[in-house]
Design a protein around this ligand. Structure first.
Ligand code: HAM
Length: 471
């Protein structure tokens, strides 16, 4: 990939930024020394804290993550998407080229650092550019088209942390590469809709078109003219955007600019017949599928690679209303028919979307969606004394391998302590192995609902359990 002078300047800016943030891997010894010196100045601070904007996923939340993972997998299999995993680090220029220099992601949010060889790398802020790089690198153009890929993993943006906004977050994304037809856009929206429905979330899609690179120019001229007429009322960033990237004017969250946006010209009035037909056909598919959507004539998205369709996914406000709740989007996507060529491949049409896993999980939680937990434990194995514990470990393994769910806690020394745990786990049976049982080669089976105990031959315990539990 050839670097233009502009790219080089942007990269220099990123280098400066990278020096400021402590992610730099350039001088590990110096950084270690600085960290130690800083720690010495704070002798009372003993516990390290999470890096701002990141979060631990604790054991109590894991069932929600498994839920999202399992549903993503089953939806991907049902719609025939193949899994792809790309590295978390990429050449920073990939995102500069794909996402666009004047986007928030590149201007403010991308995590970059120089590696030891002096190469500028980035922690991926999104998944589409890496997937396209992989598509080009691995000659996937030679596979039967379209190539349908899905991915799931962490992304990084140096966003201002707030509710639903993290610096490390997770996306589940789906891409269809090599299909220019509106049916591909519709399929993706159907996939997003089905995935949210399976997660217990009722969603609505905000949809717009951005036209293609030719007809969009008519709109950009009109848009710039409109904004020029209200220039004095714009925020400083928008004054710059007017010259550098006018479409981004519609992305501004400043209250004054939002008001100005409401009267801005709408792109649908300026696009060519082909782009208009593409949108109309997509809407016909969505009507046929019964998918809820609203047209949002000013939706532009925060990434520059989109052509034609763009969409965002919101929670529906209750069952009746057809209005999305305008909070953080659960997901977003669209068509990017020029990106593959821009990243060195042959001209290939493509589209895709990604959902934010943290936001899906928050909404699933808020709505008390029943999430499958770990399978119930049927048997608890209690062991008393060193020899019994040793024997119990082998017995535990034999029972686990037979498919019976089993738990134990050998750190508790007394039978009382171990039975308390068995009670908490609500198991059907507890097996008790003490010194006497080890010598006699027997074992006590206690029925936890009746309290009745029986002594059995240790060699027969597996078969007895299987019978009792009908395994
Ligand atoms: P995006 O709209 O930038 O699109 O991100 C997709 C989703 O990721 C968002 O709707 C949100 O749920 C989640 N997300 C983004 N930033 C954060 C954050 N800081 N904290 C928590 N969640 C976040 C893309 O990334 C495109 N690559 C989607 C796409 C795929 N377009 C075509 N193919």
């Amino acid at each position: 990939m050839q670097l233009t002078p502009n790219d080089a300047v942007s990269i220099m800016m990123q280098v400066k930024k990278a020096k400021k943030i402590s992610l730099s891997l350039r001088r590990p010894k110096a950084i270690a020394a600085e960290a130690e010196a800083a720690a010495a100045l704070r002798p009372t601070q003993t516990a390290f804290q999470l890096v701002r904007g990141t979060k631990d996923i604790l054991p109590t939340e894991q069932n929600f993550w498994s839920f999202v993972k399992n549903i993503s997998e089953s939806i991907a299999n049902a719609y025939r998407f193949e899994r792809i995993d790309t590295p978390i680090i990429e050449d920073a220029r990939l995102f500069l080229r794909a996402v666009g220099k004047q986007t928030d992601i590149i201007e403010k949010e991308i995590f970059t650092f120089l590696d030891k060889g002096g190469e500028m790398l980035a922690l991926r802020p999104e998944g589409t550019a890496p997937i396209v790089r992989a598509y080009v690198n691995h000659g996937m153009i030679n596979l039967p088209q379209p190539v349908k890929l899905w991915y799931s993993g962490p992304m990084f943006r140096h966003d201002r942390p707030q509710s639903g906004r993290y610096r490390q977050f997770h996306q589940v994304g789906f891409e269809i590469i090599g299909d220019p037809k509106p049916s591909a856009d519709a399929e993706l929206i159907a996939v997003a809709n089905a995935m949210c429905a399976d997660l217990g979330l009722n969603v609505i899609f905000a949809i717009n078109t951005l036209g293609d690179s030719v007809c969009r120019q008519n709109y950009l001229d009109e848009l710039t003219g409109y904004y020029r007429s209200v220039r004095s009322q714009l925020c400083e960033t928008c004054k710059r955007r007017m010259i550098k990237n006018p479409l981004r004017l519609l992305d501004c969250k400043d209250a004054r600019c939002l008001k100005i946006k409401s009267n801005a010209p709408q792109i649908v009035d300026f696009i060519c017949e082909d782009c208009k037909n593409h949108l109309m056909k997509l809407l016909e598919y969505l009507d046929e599928l019964g998918i809820s959507y609203v047209l949002d004539p000013h939706l532009v998205r925060g990434l520059d690679y989109y052509t034609r369709t763009v969409f965002e996914i919101f929670l529906k406000d209750g069952e009746k209303a057809d209005e999305p709740i305008r909070q953080n989007a659960l997901g977003g996507g669209g068509r990017y028919d020029t990106l593959i060529e821009a990243l060195g491949g042959r001209q290939t049409a493509a589209c895709g979307f990604a959902l934010g896993a943290e936001r899906l999980i928050t909404k699933t939680r808020d709505r008390n969606v029943a999430v499958p937990g770990a399978p119930a434990i049927k048997v608890f194995l209690a062991a008393l004394g060193e020899t019994a514990k040793r024997k119990a470990l082998k017995l535990f393994e034999d029972i686990r391998k037979s498919g019976i769910t089993i738990a134990s806690n050998f750190s508790k020394e007394t039978l009382k302590g171990q039975l308390e745990i068995a009670n908490k786990l609500n198991v059907d049976f507890t097996l008790i192995l003490g010194q006497k049982e080890v010598i006699d080669e027997t074992l006590i089976i206690r029925d936890m609902s009746t309290g009745v105990q029986e002594i059995v031959d240790v060699k027969k315990v597996l078969n007895i359990l299987k019978k009792k539990l009908s395994v």
